[in-house]
Design a protein. Structure first.
Length: 317
């Protein structure tokens, strides 16, 4: 089995999509009784590994019944169209707010272009491939789909994005959480286990909705969470407490800087301080400068998303 393909047990396999760096962005291949589903795909550039995973497991292209992006941000769904061209029997199952963006990805492209710029878009994501409308199915809250006799259940989980759903795998009692349950990079693992933090990437961060979505995931008493960033995590109760605690501190920081003239820079500095404090309590041995370097993109995007939320919240008052 190639090094970028990890057997997590129970028919669940993590595929390192090679986006940004190793162990940063995972797609999942779920296999039950010879039938398969992809959950998240990474970008277009992940296609060789997605197809390679099928080959490594001895699965034909027409064994794939479902391609299920958790939401339509490009590190999760950018490769859906290119992958669907290779899978004759598959349907794409997407949140109803995201379905139109798979059929016509032009608005999705323009939105990401505004955040990342043309050079980064070309380098990291490539051209978005549309999916034929008749092959796209919108999810509904609580719906189930069959995968080789095993049930996958989808629920609406706004907070990170309004077009986000999470997928419950009955067989392993785990949630495929996209970005709803946060980000846990393996580099921050200490003797206390994994570390996690919430993500507020623009443009639909809503902390109250995110908190409610996390609590809804926890209500199922999951044995594990399958994160896109990155891979399976256990110790769900501890990580949930850590993530929700950091979410509260993030909101408090944002409120304190709501009217600051240099808000974006101060948000980035404040977030880094929060993360460093949390990592110190976690006994993470990484030096602060290394933490800042590893989290540079997250700090930028999280500060952007918080700014958008603050502005939208202020207009609503």
């Amino acid at each position: 089995m190639p090094s970028w393909l990890q057997d997590l047990g129970g028919g669940v396999h993590a595929i390192d999509t090679a986006f940004v760096r190793d162990e940063f962005d995972a797609a999942y291949l779920v296999v039950r009784n010879g039938r398969a589903a992809f959950v998240d795909t990474g970008t277009n550039f992940a296609l060789p590994r997605l197809l390679g995973a099928l080959d490594a497991l001895g699965l034909a292209r027409d064994a794939v019944d479902w391609v299920i992006p958790t939401h339509v941000h490009l590190d999760h769904a950018g490769g859906v169209g290119a992958l669907m061209r290779e899978l004759p029997a598959a349907r794409a199952l997407v949140h109803p707010r995201g379905a139109r963006h798979l059929v016509d990805p032009s608005a999705l492209w323009q939105g990401a272009l505004a955040v990342y710029g043309p050079e980064e878009m070309a380098r990291s994501y490539g051209e978005l491939v549309p999916v034929a409308a008749e092959r796209v199915l919108s999810s509904a809250d609580g719906m189930t789909v069959d995968l080789g006799g095993s049930l996958l259940r989808l629920i609406d989980t706004p907070g990170h994005a309004r077009h986000h759903h999470c997928i419950w795998d009955e067989a392993t009692r785990g949630w495929f959480t996209g970005d709803t349950f946060g980000i846990s990079y393996p580099e921050f693992t200490s003797e206390r286990g994994r570390w996690i933090f919430p993500t507020s990437t623009p443009v639909q961060f809503e902390p109250d909705a995110l908190r409610a979505s996390v609590q809804r995931l926890l209500a199922a008493q999951p044995a594990c969470m399958y994160l896109t960033h990155y891979s399976r995590v256990d110790e769900v109760a501890r990580l949930a407490e850590l993530q929700l605690g950091l979410l509260e501190r993030t909101v408090a920081l944002a409120e304190s800087l709501r009217h600051a003239p240099d808000r974006h820079a101060r948000l980035k500095d404040g977030l880094l301080a929060l993360y460093l404090d949390s990592l110190a309590a976690h006994h993470c041995p990484m030096a602060p400068a290394a933490v800042a370097e590893l989290l540079a993109v997250d700090l930028e995007l999280n500060a952007q998303g918080i700014g958008v939320w603050l502005d939208r919240d202020s207009r609503a008052r």
